[in-house]
Design a protein around this ligand. Structure first.
Ligand SMILES: NC(=O)c1ccc[n+]([C@@H]2O[C@H](COP(=O)([O-])OP(=O)(O)OC[C@H]3O[C@@H](n4cnc5c(N)ncnc54)[C@H](OP(=O)(O)O)[C@@H]3O)[C@@H](O)[C@H]2O)c1
Length: 253
């Protein structure tokens, strides 16, 4: 994907990976519009980066998505990149009763959110000479983390949906990319300083390099092994990965 001269809409762009990529893309000469629910945070990013535009959007709200898409397409007729980055990562315990409200909110945010946002922009993207949809999955789309089982499943679903989108749009101007991050030290759960997590700055720098050449997936070097582990032997890898987490617990807030 060419990394300058685009008009890029990023969901969840006021923090973490979204903010890092928004700022990096802004510096490279793209018009960047970020969204999220926290207005104060959107304002802070806009103030720190003159030229970045903001719009409030809760991706669980289908009407709001449709409204925001209409507004942005009218305001930026050359909008050509939609980057589905917003997401949440609650932990769950699937050996016990389901927290139904949490499950519905998670699927609405991580799966239906990107699906609805894509749906709201795709007709417009097809009118642009070169355009892209970028979806953020995770390495746990490939090797699920059992203590975040439904989160892992939403990311596996996003990977699957992205494959379909890429094929379905193959004869249009819309390229479809997937970013599958490893553990990056953001506030997704909480910023822990755990040395096993990749530093956001390093992740953004490597991702920006890969994005330039990407035609399908963006997977940083440290995530490659987990991404490639899925296949006939994945059951053993899933056991190994999850046992390793149990033996070396994740930090808690
Ligand atoms: N960090 C990692 O280790 C990691 C690994 C793999 C994949 N990812 C994925 O990378 C993406 C970015 O996460 P991050 O690590 O940068 O964490 P983050 O800093 O918490 O960013 C998540 C963003 O999503 C937004 N968001 C959450 N719910 C939303 C909703 N209902 N409507 C609109 N925006 C919403 C949040 O903004 P508001 O709260 O203001 O709405 C926030 O800016 C997520 O999809 C995550 O699953 C992260």
């Amino acid at each position: 994907m060419k990394l300058s001269g685009n008009t890029i809409f990023i969901t969840g762009g006021a923090s973490g990976i979204g903010r890092g990529l928004a700022e990096a893309l802004h510096r490279k000469g793209n018009k960047v519009i970020i969204s999220g629910r926290r207005k104060a945070l959107l304002d802070e990013v806009a103030k720190a980066n003159p030229g970045i535009d903001t719009i409030e959007l809760d991706v669980t709200n289908a009407d709001q998505i449709a409204r925001v898409a209409r507004t942005l397409i009218a305001r930026y007729p050359t909008l050509n990149v939609v980057f589905n980055n917003a997401g949440i990562m609650p932990f769950d315990d699937i050996t016990g009763p389901l927290d139904d409200a949490q499950a519905v909110h998670l699927v609405n945010t991580n799966l239906l959110g990107p699906v609805r946002v894509s749906g709201a922009f795709v007709e417009h993207l097809k009118t642009q000479p070169e355009s892209a949809i970028i979806n953020t999955s995770s390495v746990v789309a490939y090797i699920p983390m059992a203590m975040s089982a439904l989160y892992s499943a939403t990311k596996a679903a996003i990977h699957s949906y992205t494959l379909s989108q890429r094929f379905a749009l193959r004869n249009s101007s819309v390229r479809v990319l997937e970013i599958a991050p490893p553990w990056v030290d953001t506030d997704l759960v909480f910023k822990s300083g755990d040395p096993r997590a990749m530093q956001p700055e390093a992740f953004i720098a490597e991702t920006m390099k890969l994005l330039e050449e990407a035609t399908s997936e963006v997977v940083v070097e440290s995530a490659r092994q987990l991404r490639d582990a899925a296949g006939p032997n994945e059951h053993g890898v899933v056991d190994y990965f999850n046992q390793m987490i149990l033996d070396n617990p994740l930090p808690t807030p």
